[in-house]
Ligand binder design. Structure first.
Ligand code: 5GP
Length: 138
């Protein structure tokens, strides 16, 4: 995959407000926060989207994400937050290096605004789709 701004941050060529680092993961404050404490958590592996990430990096991210959420809550005083992970330009991804957003939701006005246009499930289609998904998992 191509070089992104996050590769430069990992290498220390671009500064960031670092929150956490280990062999596989880096966390730092978002430069355009939706609320105070908006934190990005990224693997050091340069995968563009989550589906392209190795099990090792995924496990390292999963291990540390809850701890980072607790730290963001403790430091900001927020008790609500969203964890957001965008894949693909259509899904609002702007930087093509996997990243999780931890976004405190201190009140109605700040943080992530979510549209959730649900429809009732079609059970006929759902049965076929679940079978397809099990198949795809192999
Ligand atoms: P996406 O829409 O791809 O999920 O979000 C990318 C995020 O990266 C945005 O929230 C944006 O503010 C953040 N971002 C982009 N460039 C930089 C940067 O150079 N430094 C930091 N700290 N955050 C960045």
């Amino acid at each position: 995959m191509s070089e992104t701004i996050f590769s430069k941050i990992i290498r220390g060529e671009i500064p960031c407000h670092k929150v956490y680092e280990d062999d596989h993961v880096l966390a730092f404050l978002d430069i355009g926060p939706l609320s105070r404490g908006h934190t990005l958590v990224i693997p050091k592996e340069p995968a563009a989207t989550l589906d392209a990430l190795s099990d090792e990096s995924a496990a390292a991210l999963g291990r540390v994400l809850p701890r980072l959420c607790r730290a963001v809550m403790k430091a900001t005083g927020a008790s609500a937050y969203n964890v957001l992970q965008n894949n693909g330009a259509l899904a609002h991804q702007a930087v093509f290096h996997v990243h999780f957003h931890i976004i405190p939701k201190p009140d109605e006005r700040q943080g992530l605004g979510v549209g959730w246009p649900t429809r009732p499930i079609d059970h006929g289609d759902a049965a076929a789709l679940a079978a397809q998904l099990r198949d795809a998992l192999g």
